[in-house]
Each structure stands twice: as structure tokens, then as C-alpha cells.
Ligand binder design. Structure first.
Ligand code: GDG
Length: 468
């Protein structure tokens, strides 16, 4: 059996004896990928130590080998909190004003990618295929190639790839474009992302298109294609059905009495548009006074990247917005916005989605957005709720039957909330059915299989020199 090596910034090692994977999108996706392969998963342990060792810690669990490295405080500050999360993340999400570029952060990013490559190279066997995940590791293939690793290496980018003018505003953009061309296969979430990166490689590096997504860049062949990530539909549906007996779900539903629930679930990140969404709910309540007391908007937003100043600022802004809206609009019998920053267990989340009449998913920009897909899949087939989805989420490409909105326009989002709350059952069913069918066909297993079978091709077909 061929071996698959997955590399990501963080590695989710399951607790011993649990037989389960940690519940994040990436962990579920990686588990799916390993069903057809023997595997090694390499990345950061999550530990920060003064003197990281060059030798990874190896853990064998449930057919998967985990190889973990630690980071120093400086590595963590420069590579992770600095360049990855304060330069790449905002720029990839079109937030130039929030980008904070520093040469020392970029040096740290390059250093940690080199350290990952050096530590990983010793673990690679000749027949392995290597699948690298996300923007923390853009230069990893280039570093591995420099160490003589010739195995097929694929890369999947979970976040948006912006238009060339936006990406090229990053001072390191030229280096990163050259480095990414060292991957054999580059997977992006959507067609517009593919076009953005392809055009940039053609214009900036004079890459030559060879057809069917293949490009010749500096004498090397690479391929760029979209692979929209899916979710574990069967598992999520099952969890949503069983959650009716869960205490938190039961008590939440009982607490609503006859009120309709609107739900938002996001990591607390400025790309997700949480304060903007709250203002849209406020707008909706202002223009629909008859709905006051009839709806509750529950926003679950676990804190994320709290050591990055822009995230601290966002947390304060959301607190103020919630306080202001609840103070101005609520009364002793009704709190319009319920806001929680703790993370719920996945089955509870599934049950809360199912209880909600409206799923409000309005990121300002998002690579895909799995919450939109989870909300659709969690609905009951008798009486489904309505998804309101930002047209700037990658998921909008696969969910055109949702009410698509511009999240920058709070009037439009407020109007969509009204439409969703009044939507008759027949229309709700007519919109939901094609969405749930598509999500079931295009699930996480479909995504992983497509990517890996394409990467497998590089062992043979794709490595042939192009014919004249
Ligand atoms: C990146 C890209 C892309 C949230 N709160 C809780 C909880 N969650 C789960 C959700 C969902 C996941 O976290 C978030 O996934 P998203 O896709 O919405 O967003 P990112 O974290 O930004 O992910 C994104 C994704 O990668 C995959 O490629 O779609 O565009 O930005 O699964 O359910 N899970 C639990 N409790 C919570 O309170 N258990």
C-alpha cells in the first residue's frame, strides 16, 4: 500500500484509546484521506519550548503515525502569529489595511518552513506521496526539493487566493509565487481562486499555460485545480438527528418558547463578519418592530488567535456591539442577541443548527465555509430552515439556492432575514433539497479522493515532458 504523508501547521493527535479524531475540519478531512493509505501526519505539536529538538516525537496510533515538532517562542511569534496570521491571512482575505508585514516575521516564516523540511526529509520514503495543507507552509515543497525530495507533492490552500493586485502588495509575494510552483499539484477551493493564482503566475513569472490547468513555470510543470472541500455528511446528519435528546439542545429549544432561532457559528475572526452581522440583525429589528420578542439570534464564536492584536480588538468590538444592541433593543423578558465564546461539542452544534430557522453565514471573505454546509446537512427534511450565505464565501459557488447576500450591505442582510423568516415551507424545501443532495455527493471523502487520485497521477503521466 502506498504511503500518504500529510503535513499541516498543527497536528490533531487523538487521545489514547479514544479511536476518534479531534473534531476540526482538517482533522476530519485527514482521517478521510487516510482511509485508503498507510499514513504519516507531520507538523507542530502545539508546544512552545526554548530549545526545540531536530528529532520529531513519533506517536503511533490507530494505523497513523504522528511526527511532531515543537517551536521556540521566537518561531511561534514570527512564523505563526506574525507572518502567517498578520500578513498572509489578512491579505488572502482582501484586508490590506489589516496586513502587518515585517522582514523579521518573514525570515521566521522561511526559517520554520526550512526546519519543517529538514526534519521531515529524513522520514520520507521513495514511494510516498506528500500532501501539504494551508498558507503556513507555502514554501515547504521548495525547501523539500532543495533537499533532493522528488516525490509527488501536493498543496491544498484552505483560504481564498486573491486577485493579483491584492496578493502582490505583499512584499514577499514574488518569492512565494516562485516557491508555490514547486508543488506538483495546487488545490484551491473555487474556480475564481484558480483564475486568480493562474493569472498571477502567468503575468508575474511568465508561466506558460499547457491546458487542463497545467502550467510550465521556470521549466517546471505544475497543475492548479479547484477541489471544494466537503464535510462528513453521514456523520453530521446522524449527530443532528440524535442531538434532540442532548440536554443543552433541549434546554435551548425550551428556552426559546415560541421564538424563532437565528444561528451564527464562527471562529472569532474578522474575516467572518460577526460585528457586521450583528448590525444587520439590529437593522432587521429596527425595521420590523413586530418581530421584536419573536426572534433570538444565537452567535457561537469560540475565541481564536487571541495573541494577535487584531483579534483582541475584534473581541472588544463584538462585546461592545452585543452590549449596545441588547441594551438598546432588549427588555427584561427578551435578549435579542445571545453571544457565547465557548466551543460546543460537535453533536450539540449539530442539534442547535437543526433547531434554528435561519442559518446566518455572512463572512466578508471565506475560502469555503464549512458552517454553511453543516447547517444545510443538519436540517430536518420535513421542515428545513433557510440558509443566508455571503456571496464572498467559497461555499456560495456550490449553494446557489441559499439566499445569497453582500455582507457589506446591512440593509440587504436585514431584508434577507425577513425573507427567510417568512419563507413558506414549500419554498424552503425547494431550496434545501438540491443543496443537501449536492453536499451529499460532494462530501469530504469525494474531496480527498479527487485530490489524491490527481496527485497519484504525478508518479507517472504528469511527470512526462510535454510534447511539442
Ligand atoms: C478554514 C477556512 C474553510 C466552530 N465553532 C465550533 C466548532 N466550529 C467548527 C465549525 C466548522 C469549523 O469549526 C470552522 O470551519 P470554517 O470552514 O467555517 O472556517 P475556518 O476555521 O476559518 O476554516 C475556511 C476551512 O478552512 C476548510 O477548508 O472552509 O474557509 O477559513 O467545522 O463547525 N466546532 C465545535 N464547537 C464549536 O463551538 N465542535
Amino acid at each position: 500500500m502506498a504511503r500518504l504523508v500529510i503535513v499541516s501547521n498543527r497536528v490533531a493527535v487523538p487521545a489514547e484509546g479514544s479511536g476518534a479524531v479531534a473534531a476540526g475540519g482538517l482533522a476530519v478531512a485527514v482521517k478521510e484521506a487516510f482511509t485508503a493509505y498507510e499514513g504519516l501526519w507531520f507538523g507542530w505539536s502545539g508546544n512552545i519550548v526554548d530549545q526545540p529538538s531536530d528529532e520529531p516525537t513519533i506517536i503511533d496510533r490507530d494505523r497513523i503515525q504522528y511526527a511532531l515538532v515543537d517551536l521556540s517562542p521566537q518561531d511561534h511569534r514570527e512564523y505563526y502569529s506574525g507572518f502567517a496570521n498578520r500578513a498572509l491571512w489578512p491579505i488572502m482575505h482582501y484586508r490590506l489595511g489589516l496586513g502587518a508585514f515585517s522582514r523579521s516575521d518573514y525570515a521566521g516564516y522561511s526559517r520554520v518552513n526550512r526546519f519543517f523540511a529538514q526534519t521531515l526529509a529524513g522520514l520520507i520514503e521513495p514511494d510516498d506521496i506528500i500532501w501539504v495543507h494551508d498558507y503556513h507552509l507555502l514554501p515547504l515543497a521548495s525547501e523539500l526539493r532543495g533537499l533532493g525530495i522528488a516525490n509527488p507533492i501536493g498543496y491544498f490552500h484552505h483560504i481564498p487566493w486573491p486577485a493579483a493586485d491584492v496578493f502582490n502588495s505583499l512584499p514577499a509575494s514574488g518569492d512565494l509565487l516562485r516557491a508555490i510552483a514547486d508543488y506538483d499539484l495546487i488545490g484551491l477551493q473555487t474556480e475564481p481562486d484558480v483564475q486568480n493564482l493562474t493569472r498571477n503566475l502567468c503575468d508575474t513569472l511568465r508561466a506558460i499555460p499547457l491546458g487542463a490547468g497545467s502550467l510550465m513555470v521556470d521549466g517546471r510543470r505544475t497543475r492548479i485545480r479547484s477541489f471544494p472541500i466537503g464535510i462528513d455528511v453521514a456523520g453530521f446528519k446522524d449527530a443532528a438527528e440524535k442531538a434532540a435528546s442532548d440536554r443543552t439542545v433541549r434546554e435551548t429549544i425550551a428556552g426559546l418558547r415560541t421564538r424563532k432561532l437565528i444561528i451564527g457559528v464562527d471562529r472569532l475572526d474578522y474575516s467572518k463578519g460577526v460585528p457586521e452581522r450583528m448590525e444587520a440583525v439590529d437593522r432587521f429589528l429596527a425595521s420590523n418592530p413586530d418581530q421584536r420578542g419573536n426572534v433570538v439570534y444565537l452567535q457561537i464564536a469560540p475565541k481564536s488567535r487571541s495573541d494577535v492584536p487584531e483579534y483582541e480588538q475584534l473581541a472588544r468590538e463584538v462585546n461592545e456591539t452585543v452590549g449596545e444592541i441588547n441594551g438598546n433593543t432588549g427588555d427584561p423578558t427578551w435578549t435579542p442577541i445571545q453571544y457565547v465564546t465557548k466551543a460546543y461539542a460537535r453533536p450539540v452544534l449539530a442539534g442547535l443548527y437543526r433547531a434554528a430557522r435561519v442559518g446566518l453565514v455572512t463572512p466578508m471573505r471565506d475560502g469555503m465555509n464549512l458552517v454553511a454546509k453543516e447547517y444545510v446537512v443538519a436540517q430536518s427534511g420535513d421542515d428545513p430552515g433557510v440558509l443566508i450565505l455571503s456571496k464572498f464565501a467559497g461555499a456560495a459557488q456550490q449553494l446557489p439556492e441559499a439566499i445569497l447576500v453582500n455582507p457589506y450591505d446591512r440593509f440587504e442582510v436585514a431584508e434577507a432575514i425577513r425573507t427567510a423568516l417568512y419563507m413558506p415551507r414549500a419554498e424552503r424545501l425547494a431550496r434545501w433539497k438540491p443543496m443537501v443532495e449536492r453536499m451529499t455527493r460532494e462530501d469530504v471523502d469525494w474531496w480527498a479522493r479527487n485530490f489524491l487520485s490527481e496527485l497519484e497521477n504525478f508518479r507517472t503521466v504528469e511527470r512526462e515532458p510535454p510534447t511539442a
